[in-house]
Design a protein around this ligand. Structure first.
Ligand SMILES: [Fe+2]
Length: 191
């Protein structure tokens, strides 16, 4: 298990608002992702990667410009996955880097990046492995804004937001929902 708090503390100063938002957000994501991992009986190795990847998936936000959450870096927010991946690769953390760079929305295709002229390399950033998919799925439920930090968004809200980026994003979310949530809980959500 890597010491992810040492890495978080290297880039985020404890006590700042950004630190608090970061830590609460990634803990919420890690908690939901690990619940799913245990339910699906993933291996201990995969569960550890999920914990590490969830705690570090947003490490790149300090390099982006989002004053509302205390980020004053040079990059647009959409590059935080790629920025984080570069930071994690510097540490030799390839599997965690792949989680970071593939976690935007439910993943971004090359076509999507090119057609919207997004400031990202023209390539697919699609979660491939279960740990990558589970962290990405869990992340869709949680905001980094103070008012919504502790409360998961409803699937209806998530699907409405993803729908703005195209129907494929909603389809991927629904597929993961069927795969990752217990049937009972899914019914509760739908009420
Ligand atoms: Fe996140």
């Amino acid at each position: 298990m890597i010491d992810y708090f040492a890495l978080i503390n290297k880039y985020y100063q404890p006590g700042t608002t950004l630190y608090k938002l970061y830590v609460v957000h990634v803990c919420m994501v890690a908690n939901k992702a690990l619940e799913i991992a245990r339910r699906l009986q993933l291996s201990l190795e995969e569960q550890i990667l999920i914990e590490e990847g969830a705690m570090l998936h947003d490490i790149g936000i300090c390099q982006t410009n989002v004053p509302a959450i205390g980020c004053h870096g040079p990059d647009p927010y959409i590059r935080h996955g790629l920025d984080g991946a570069a930071m994690l690769r510097q540490e030799g953390l390839e599997a965690q880097a792949r989680i970071a760079e593939r976690h935007l929305g439910v993943g971004l295709t090359r076509d999507y990046i090119v057609s919207r002229q997004l400031p990202l390399p023209a390539q697919d950033f699609i979660p491939q492995t279960l740990p990558e998919q589970i962290v990405t799925y869990a992340d869709t439920f949680y905001s980094k804004y103070e008012q919504r930090l502790w409360i998961p968004d409803s699937p209806a809200t998530i699907k409405a937001e993803l729908g703005e980026y195209g129907p494929q994003q909603v389809q991927v979310f629904e597929r993961w929902q069927a795969q990752f949530e217990p049937a009972q809980q899914k019914d509760d959500y739908d009420q």
